[in-house]
Design a protein around this ligand. Structure first.
Ligand code: HEC
Ligand code: HEC
Ligand code: HEC
Ligand code: HEC
Ligand code: HEC
Ligand code: HEC
Ligand code: HEC
Ligand code: HEC
Ligand code: HEC
Ligand code: HEC
Length: 307
């Protein structure tokens, strides 16, 4: 059947050059002329279309089972009648002729009902005038029709996130162990910052379940928001921390009796053995308060997150 297409297509193409569709024929088909006619003049786009899922007759509702090229580009009769003169009478994506909304509308006419795009209206991408074809190209023959693989695709626009991934401590995105879309609903969702959960903590628990507890002794900032101490993409401090101990701890605890003040240079190097010295060295506060996410140890040790 496939082999027959080019042969068959010669016939309509010849027809075009011999005068094209009669206005009556075009009206009868709502201005739809069919894939074979487009192919006659756009062989490259035809070939890439044929590689994509959209050309598969076996998939119900695919463009192949509807108007082919014209499912996305709109009825082409007027375009063909003028022999494609400067692309008249056809919907053009890549040129800045169409706005984001009307471009996405072409895709959503089929994809609007699906689970994948159910929350598109809520997405920052839609709100920021990004459209489907910013990330997808129908004519490249790539997986899921993507313009590039992750994280490169996302990094095209998110330059500051790309820089964060290069820091010493980072979620292993560039190592290929995690994708941006493991954490984000790029098509939109209910979560803050388009994360795939109702809260940031719920997101973290999906992969770091042990941090959920329950603990007999909770550390309130952990329960409240992991981001009180961590960054999401990358940090120049170990373990994705916002800053390192003791500064990290003292940003909240400098009013407590222990320690009373932010450590000075003198306390750091001249403190007594049991005094402040060991609170600055090595892992600082974490030398003793190692159960920082919560503790189940009994009594004062647990309460003060000393394991
Ligand atoms: C008789 C030849 C011919 C046929 C048949 C034809 N086109 Fe075209 N098409 C052209 C020409 C010529 C252009 C202008 C190309 C340019 O400006 O680079 C064009 C432009 C376009 C453009 C805009 C490209 C751009 O960069 O401006 C699209 C999209 C397009 N055609 C889609 C289609 C579709 C879909 C069909 C089938 C319904 C079709 N064409 C049928 C000749 C044709
Ligand atoms: C599923 C939707 C879809 C189908 C089906 C489709 N295209 Fe496209 N086409 C696009 C999108 C999106 C772009 C712009 C991005 C890109 O280059 O992929 C595009 C780009 C083009 C362009 C370049 C001008 C432009 O609009 O940017 C031409 C020419 C074209 N398509 C022709 C065709 C032809 C011929 C067919 C059928 C053989 C076809 N297309 C089928 C979505 C589609
Ligand atoms: C005529 C209906 C129709 C139109 C219009 C349409 N699609 Fe599709 N598309 C489908 C169907 C059906 C599938 C296969 C089932 C699925 O994945 O939803 C599909 C699959 C896809 C896939 C998955 C491909 C894969 O290889 O897994 C992507 C991505 C996609 N479409 C993007 C788009 C974009 C972007 C547009 C607009 C430029 C568009 N579609 C326009 C019907 C359509
Ligand atoms: C910010 C980039 C981006 C935008 C904008 C975008 N997509 Fe996607 N889309 C992706 C990525 C990345 C994937 C693949 C996700 C994966 O690999 O799990 C995808 C997957 C898909 C799929 C296939 C779902 C599946 O897993 O089978 C469809 C269908 C789709 N997109 C349609 C659309 C439509 C329609 C629009 C516009 C309304 C759109 N996308 C806008 C990035 C985007
Ligand atoms: C491990 C989960 C995870 C991964 C993987 C991830 N993110 Fe995020 N991202 C988050 C969290 C959590 C936030 C919210 C951070 C906050 O509010 O402090 C966020 C916020 C963002 C923001 C909003 C930035 C801001 O400062 O408001 C953007 C943009 C973003 N991520 C893009 C990306 C991109 C692009 C990738 C892939 C290169 C990626 N993310 C990978 C978890 C992740
Ligand atoms: C065409 C450019 C573009 C591409 C490609 C792109 N984004 Fe975005 N994204 C934006 C814009 C614009 C915003 C809104 C401004 C901002 O927050 O930076 C945004 C916002 C976001 C946000 C923040 C949401 C919020 O509520 O603050 C996240 C998360 C995000 N994008 C993730 C992704 C992921 C994941 C990918 C890759 C699958 C991706 N983006 C690809 C342009 C893009
Ligand atoms: C989709 C899974 C996933 C999600 C969601 C996730 N992480 Fe991770 N996280 C990982 C992986 C994988 C590693 C690397 C583990 C390794 O290398 O052994 C990691 C490592 C870490 C590390 C240690 C980094 C280092 O330099 O050693 C911290 C801290 C961390 N994650 C915090 C978080 C926080 C906070 C959240 C919520 C915003 C979160 N993670 C969400 C998968 C995830
Ligand atoms: C009060 C500050 C603080 C908060 C809030 C916090 N963490 Fe941590 N986290 C740390 C510190 C400090 C380390 C380094 C511990 C070490 O080096 O022993 C760490 C290390 C980690 C690690 C890597 C080492 C390990 O223990 O597995 C992961 C994963 C992690 N945190 C996840 C989380 C998650 C998930 C949340 C939210 C539920 C969270 N953190 C909230 C301070 C915090
Ligand atoms: C975002 C603010 C914040 C950060 C950062 C923070 N804490 Fe806390 N911490 C609290 C709050 C609030 C409490 C509960 C109030 C209290 O009991 O003092 C608490 C309680 C504690 C307790 C138990 C106190 C008691 O008497 O029960 C210890 C010990 C502790 N934190 C140590 C640390 C250490 C060590 C770090 C650094 C790794 C740290 N905290 C970082 C806010 C913070
Ligand atoms: C040498 C071990 C050790 C180091 C280092 C240490 N602590 Fe403690 N900390 C303890 C012990 C033991 C307790 C419980 C007994 C007490 O209250 O003195 C405690 C109690 C606390 C408490 C709760 C009681 C109070 O004083 O409010 C806080 C908060 C606290 N530490 C914060 C910190 C911070 C922040 C650091 C780092 C700057 C730090 N600790 C370093 C051993 C240590």
């Amino acid at each position: 059947m496939r082999k027959a297409i080019p042969v068959l297509s010669i016939v309509p193409v010849l027809l075009i050059f011999g005068g094209g569709l009669s206005p009556r024929e075009a009206r009868a088909s709502n201005g739809i002329v069919g894939v074979e006619i487009c192919m006659g003049c756009h062989e490259d786009h035809y070939k890439t279309y044929m590689i994509s899922t959209h050309s598969k007759k076996g998939i119900p509702g695919s463009p192949a089972n509807q108007a082919g090229c014209e499912s996305c580009h709109g009825p082409g009769a007027a375009h063909v009648e003028k022999s494609g003169e400067r692309g008249v009478g056809i919907f053009i994506f890549s040129k800045k002729i169409a706005d984001a909304k009307s471009k996405s509308a072409k895709c959503l006419s089929c994809h609007g009902e699906g689970r994948d795009l159910a929350f598109w209206d809520m997405s920052r991408h839609k709100a920021s005038d990004a459209s489907c074809d910013n990330c997808h190209t129908i004519h490249s023959g790539t997986r899921k029709n993507l313009r590039a693989a992750q994280p490169d695709l996302c990094n095209i626009c998110h330059r500051s996130i790309r820089m964060q991934q290069n820091r010493i401590s980072h979620h292993p995105i560039r190592e290929g162990k995690l994708k941006c879309t493991d954490c984000h609903d790029h098509h939109g969702g209910f979560g803050p910052k388009m994360v795939k959960a109702n809260s940031l903590n719920e997101l973290c628990y999906q992969c770091h379940a042990e941090k959920r507890g329950p603990y007999m002794w909770q550390h309130p900032p952990v329960e409240e928001n992991c981001m009180n101490c961590h960054t999401a993409h990358g940090s120049n401090h170990a373990k994705l921390l916002q800053s390192k101990a003791p500064q990290l701890c003292q940003s909240c605890h400098d009013w407590t009796r222990h320690p009373g003040t932010i450590y000075t240079r003198f306390e750091t190097f001249q403190g007594t053995a049991t005094g402040s010295k060991n609170r600055m060295f090595a892992r600082a506060c974490l030398n003793c308060h190692s159960a920082i996410h919560g503790s189940n140890a009994p009594s004062l040790r647990g309460k003060t997150h000393v394991r």
